[in-house]
Design a protein around this ligand. Sequence first.
Ligand code: NAD
Length: 338
Amino acid sequence: MTHRILVTGGAGFIGSAVVRHLTDSTTHHVANLDKLTYAGNLESLNSVANSSRYQFYQVDICNAAALDKVFAEFRPTAVMHLVAESHVDRSIDGPAEFIQTNMVGTYTLLEAARRYWNALADDAKAAFRFHHISTDEVYGDLEGTDDLFTESTPYAPSSPYSASKASSDHLVRAWQRTYGLPTLVTNCSNNYGPYHFPEKLIPHMILNALAGKPLPVYGDGSQIRDWLYVEDHARALVEVVTRGKVGETYNIGGHNEKRNLEVVETICDLLDEMVPWVVRGQACSYRELITFVKDRPGHDRRYAIDASKIERELGWMPQETFESGIRKTVRWYLENHQ
Ligand code: NAD
């Protein structure tokens, strides 16, 4: 079946990978709905902008009337909802935008989807999907255990960002249970790869190192994150929206638990290999730029995902290891940074 997929947040880091994947590797039609905040970048979609199967709407998900118009005009068979304020540090400095976009925005989108869905014929109603894309940060902190997050791990968010995402996950599940809207939820670990906004850990470290600036690592750098290459995430999301079971949650992760310091050191070692840093004839290592800074308040120590459900039920597996994905990523920044 060829779908008409409305992707919210398609100008963002993960959304743009989803739009590129849908346009390049499937026959589905795609509408990208994005407000273009500081985090939206249409250049990440240059390769698909002229496709007859792609269109763009510059719309705020908090604007109900504008959403109704998009639904009426594009007539989606599925929604993939990626819009969010997504940066934890920004949520600590100013949570209001996170409450507005992640909670009020998701509510506004759910209601627009429900109005549209209610008016569909029975077969189109049954085939419709609302896929909400979320984070493993809703599960809180695994410090001091070897446990993994499963789909039934209780929610315990620590930051304003993860609390606002947890709220939006609950809203989506309630719209399924109360109104019957056919929803799916995915919770994924940290993504990395091309077109990542420079404030995030991996691009920040690559770009600072290339500029000879300090590489600030929070605390002692021993916080553990599970990393997934963004194109592997995009493939997983398309599997879920097209083949996942309504009402289900799928955890997505890359089996790549790494300490933050290990990630930064790996980037330094790759840069040493690809763009050797020589000062007055002496070879230096980018590792010399690492500096330890005051830890983020409420910083979770460890996240780790059990992705066995999506692997078993939908046959999805990541194609990149951390070693292959981080090498591709560093090379991409070397080729594309100004
Ligand atoms: P991002 O910050 O790169 O992109 C967010 C996009 O949403 C931007 O294009 C922005 O312009 C748009 N946007 C923001 N507010 C809007 C509004 N009110 N109306 C319309 N558009 C608006 O985010 P990302 O890193 O690509 O994350 C996408 C989704 O995946 C988020 O829901 C996030 O919680 C989730 N997620 C991210 C990660 C990660 O590692 N980045 C991991 C797991 C889950």
